[in-house]
Design a protein around this ligand. Structure first.
Ligand code: APR
Ligand code: PHB
Length: 391
């Protein structure tokens, strides 16, 4: 097979890149290790910045998002047994976020790709990348008992943190930056109405908690837990009780509980690989960076990466190499600002026993300043709704 672009990974980054390239008349194939059901079963955050909403519209997959997604003008910070609203819309001159689950974004992109008759190879094993430091890169994989080769002009590594693309780059050619946080998030999905109209981020001495949602009938909740905690240690009742203890009295009282339909523990890390281009191989999304989920930036960074990459590749086929030459630096300017915000918000909202009583006083003082200063709230708001795209 020969294509212009071979995409590794059919998560949000790979699928959105494929859709944007199709719109630009660039032919691409996606090679995915797992099945469509496996990809859709991954539960991930669902807070979309306007730049992500715009890219999904540009890709032609925004219809269901606009009809089923929830527009949120603010978030609430809970500390000292009280909730404080950050009015993001007022503080950012009218901006908001769209709450629409990543699973639904992925489903919409999958269906659109299938409807357009575009090729996605699922259940591809032993994917390997070749000759991307030259002009004729190749992708090889096994499927159905046979080995297949794809000749292409470019490879897009959209295969996530544990993918093969970044691992195929010589160690001498790449710099890695990483911070692992000393706790995890225990998450529960339930067919229950959300406890509040907007998301609640709680700083509590027992640990962080987050009240989020997928719709008006499906809720997503998290509590900070220790890294050696196990899902099997947490009954639904124990989870609901712990969540209540980390919320203000009104939220604790109005929380509607029910059986968990998904329960899992995820670690938190900050990670960036530099650069993001290696000859004819481009990294995008989680393959190049990871953020702690506190700031809900993971999907949004994946979207802006592939928005830049799709434009750069379309420019290349239009005769200009400017976009591909500046892809990495353009992505990284946006990535590092989102990494900073995600690290800051994580450091502010979680319980760090190692920082002691002084550390907790610093958090309390910063939260008091944040909710009582227009300047501080504006900084929070403009980062949460998403900074402008880099040019
Ligand atoms: N070969 C082919 N496909 C692979 C390989 C491989 N060797 N390794 C991984 N994949 C696939 C995975 O099965 C997955 O479907 O690549 C896809 C990567 O998708 P994600 O991990 O979701 O990464 P990305 O598309 O960048 O989306 C980032 O997803 O994980 C969340 O929080 C993250 O919201 C962010 C978003
Ligand atoms: C979620 O809904 O899963 C979610 C929302 C906001 C976050 C993290 C996760 O910051």
């Amino acid at each position: 097979m020969r294509v212009q672009v071979a995409i590794v990974g059919a998560g949000p980054a790979g699928l959105l890149l494929g859709a944007l390239l199709h719109r630009a008349g660039v032919d691409a194939v996606i090679v995915e290790r797992h099945s469509p059901d496996y990809v859709l079963a991954r539960i991930r955050a669902g807070v979309l910045e306007q730049t992500t909403v715009d890219l999904l519209d540009e890709a032609g997959v925004g219809r269901r998002m606009h009809s089923e997604g929830l527009l949120h003008d603010g978030i609430e910070l809970c500390f000292g047994n009280a909730r404080h609203r950050i009015d993001m819309k007022a503080l950012t001159g009218g901006k908001h976020v769209m709450v629409y689950g990543q699973t639904e974004v992925t489903r919409d992109l999958m269906h659109a790709r299938e409807a357009a008759g575009l090729t996605t190879v699922y259940d591809a094993n032993d994917v390997s990348l070749h000759d991307f430091d030259g002009a004729r890169p190749k992708l090889r994989y096994t499927a159905g008992g046979a080995t297949h080769e794809i000749e292409c002009d470019f490879i897009a590594g959209c295969d996530g943190f544990h993918g093969v693309s970044r691992a195929s780059v010589p160690a001498s050619a790449i710099r890695l930056y990483e911070k692992v946080y000393p706790f995890g998030w225990l998450g529960v999905l339930s067919e229950t109405p959300p406890v509040a109209h907007e998301l609640i981020y709680s700083n509590h001495e027992r640990g962080f908690a987050l009240c989020s949602m997928r719709s008006l009938t499906r809720s997503r909740y998290y509590v900070q837990c220790s890294l050696d905690d196990k899902v099997e240690n947490w009954s639904d009742a124990a989870f609901w009780d712990e969540l209540r203890r980390r919320l203000d009295p009104e939220a604790a009282e109005s929380l509607v509980t029910g059986p968990s339909i998904e329960k899992s523990i995820a670690p938190l890390r900050s990670f960036v690989a530099e650069p993001m281009r290696f000859g004819r191989l481009f990294l995008a999304g989680d393959a190049a960076h990871i953020v702690p989920p506190t700031g809900a930036k993971g999907l949004n960074l994946a979207a802006s990466d592939v928005g830049y990459l799709a434009g750069a590749l379309a420019e290349y086929y239009g005769g200009s190499e400017h976009g591909i030459a500046h892809y990495s630096e353009r992505c990284l300017r946006r990535i590092w600002k989102a990494e900073r915000f995600s690290w800051w918000f994580t450091s502010l909202m979680h319980h760090f026993p190692e920082t002691g009583a002084f550390g907790q006083k610093m958090q309390a003082a910063e939260l008091d300043y944040l909710v009582n200063s227009v300047a501080a709230s504006t900084v929070m708001a403009e980062n949460y709704v998403g900074l402008p795209l880099e040019h």
